[in-house]
Design a protein around this ligand. Structure first.
Ligand code: NAD
Length: 509
């Protein structure tokens, strides 16, 4: 791991603030322990209030430069950033895996998402189209154009320590915005590594300070961002608890926000499902990243005719899961992020039983050789009712609730019957079932899939969810519009000044 850290510019103690070339920080120290083996990986200094002000000043000044560059020119810098990510994919993927605890394959996948969004953004930098409308007045032209917003504040969660930042920043940059990143205090080293990569691009191209800024620290630094009128857009990824506070704070000052919050995702398995592929999708969705994805499959809603068979096969497959070091590609499940997460997992399992659920595959905290960090747990399955409090709540751990249904309408009502609305799926080979699920009477989630699981979205689509998931959209499709302001222009090229709606205003001149 030492070689990886060195290649990414990580030291024992790192400055946690950067404006593009310079590093500085005068706040308290964050210690990053790996959930893989419990060892201290490195320390990162937080931003103080003064550091924060320095970053804002640099970003404000950089915006004046950056917004004047033609968008395809900005795209060229994003292309260079993407190329550097390609070169560092293995190292950065390994750091993601070691600091966050997801498998090395998923760490690589995260860096690939960064590369993909860079490619997408480069193309988009030539496609920031506005519409042209027909004016109701003669010799008039009406059109809309898109301008950058200014500073985008990006608050990110621990479970996607690099990709979510890239989704936001690559789009923000080509739109002409400058970005300030407040990463999770649980994965600060990943953010330092990413900033080093951008800094190389900035240096090689003589770009000014402030286009990409980093401010490490806990929620208090996040609060400075959310309350700051210098920051017109906050893109916040994390728990619904955090989003409720951040959303209200930003709205209070008439700022814009993109909220990407918790999920409580279900797969409906109908009697017409191909059970073999269904089980692969469901199990990867439930135990991948140790149940710590916003799109993790938390509930399986299974038709009563195949319920017992599915339950039996699930339990058998769970008994074959290998739990251990995520850098060892032979393992299926890595650790939870920290011991607090383990506590939440145990409390949730207790609650299931207290509320009348039945454990099908028991959970446990693993101990002994290879499990010294105390963060490894056994994925569990419980039979539960949708209305149970614990089922309505997103527990960020590998606990899968299963329940049965009779009619598809009932299954859809169960699927929609939670406060969150991120991802959903139906497994069926029957076209009518699939189309009903996707129809206006079907899933109420931001993502609705057929014959694939709930997790693992591609960057080309707009990503996000409804209800308590926050309503934000990031990444593909036209998500870029959230990073810009729309301006409608009407141009009169005639000799007269006709008013709209035919209003007559005769001054006799
Ligand atoms: P969290 O809410 O604890 O923290 C997320 C970030 O918000 C951190 O950087 C934290 O410092 C910051 N923060 C917390 N309180 C704040 C406040 N009052 N003001 C400003 N910033 C504040 O979440 P977490 O434990 O890091 O991540 C797990 C959660 O994130 C889960 O609920 C998961 O579903 C969600 N998530 C959602 C998506 C999505 O796209 N919908 C993606 C990833 C994770």
């Amino acid at each position: 791991m030492q070689n990886v850290l060195k290649a990414l510019g990580i030291k024992e103690v790192n400055e946690g603030c950067s404006t593009g070339l310079n590093w500085f920080s005068n706040g308290s120290v964050l210690e990053s322990y790996s959930p893989v083996d419990g060892k201290l990986i490195g320390k990162v200094k937080s931003a103080s209030k003064e550091d924060y002000n320095k970053v804002i000043a640099a970003a404000k000044s950089a915006f004046k430069f950056w917004r004047e560059l033609p968008a395809p020119r900005r795209g060229e810098y994003v292309r260079q950033f993407g190329d550097k990510l390609r070169a560092k994919k293995a190292d950065l993927g390994k750091l993601v895996s070691y600091e966050m605890g997801k498998s090395y394959q998923e760490g690589l996948g995260e860096v690939q998402e960064m590369i993909d969004i860079c490619d997408f953004a480069v193309g988009l930098s030539r496609q920031l189209y506005g519409l042209q409308m027909h004016s109701e007045r003669p010799n008039h032209r009406m059109m809309e154009q898109w301008h950058p917003l200014g500073i985008v504040g990006i608050i990110s969660a621990f479970n996607f320590p690099v990709a979510v930042w890239a989704w936001n920043t690559a789009l923000g940059w080509i739109c002409g915005d400058v970005c300030i990143w407040k990463p999770s205090e649980k994965t600060p080293l990943c953010s330092v590594a990413c900033q080093h990569i951008w800094n190389e691009v900035a240096k090689e191209n003589n770009l000014p300070e402030g286009i990409s800024c980093l401010i490490n620290g806990n929620y208090e630094i996040g609060q400075l961002l959310t309350e700051d009128t210098n920051v017109p857009l906050i893109s916040a990824t994390g728990s619904t608890r955090m989003g409720r506070i951040v959303g209200a704070k930003v709205a209070e000052r008439f700022g814009k926000s993109i909220l990407e919050l918790g999920g409580n995702n279900a797969i409906i398995i109908t009697e017409n499902a191909d059970l073999d592929s269904t089980l692969v999708g469901a199990i990867f969705g439930a135990v991948g990243t140790a149940g710590q994805r916003c799109t993790t499959t938390r509930r399986l809603i299974i038709h009563e005719s195949i319920y017992d068979k599915a339950k039996e096969r699930l339990a058998k497959a769970y008994s074959q899961l290998k739990i251990g070091n995520p850098l060892d590609e032979g393992n299926h499940v890595g650790p939870l992020i920290d011991k607090d997460a383990v506590k939440n997992y145990l409390t949730a399992l207790d609650s299931v039983v207290k509320e009348g659920g039945k454990i099908i595959v028991a959970g446990a905290v693993l101990e002994g050789n290879g499990y010294e960090s105390g963060c490894y747990v056994k994925p569990a399955i419980a039979e539960a009712e949708n209305k149970m409090k614990i089922v309505q709540h997103e527990t960020f751990a590998p606990i899968l609730y299963i329940m049965k249904y009779k009619t598809l309408e009932e299954a859809i009502a169960l699927q929609n019957g939670v406060p969150q609305g991120l991802s959903s799926a139906i497994m069926t080979l029957n076209m009518r079932e699939a189309e009903l699920f996707l129809s206006v009477s079907g899933s109420d989630c931001g993502i609705a899939n057929v014959n694939i699981g709930t997790s693992g979205a591609e960057i080309g689509g707009a990503f996000g969810g409804e209800k308590e998931t926050g309503g934000g959209r990031e990444s593909g499709s036209d998500a870029w519009k959230a990073y810009m302001r729309r301006q409608t222009n009407t141009i009169n090229w005639g000799a007269k000044l006709p008013l709209a709606q035919g209003i007559v205003f005769d001054l006799g001149i």
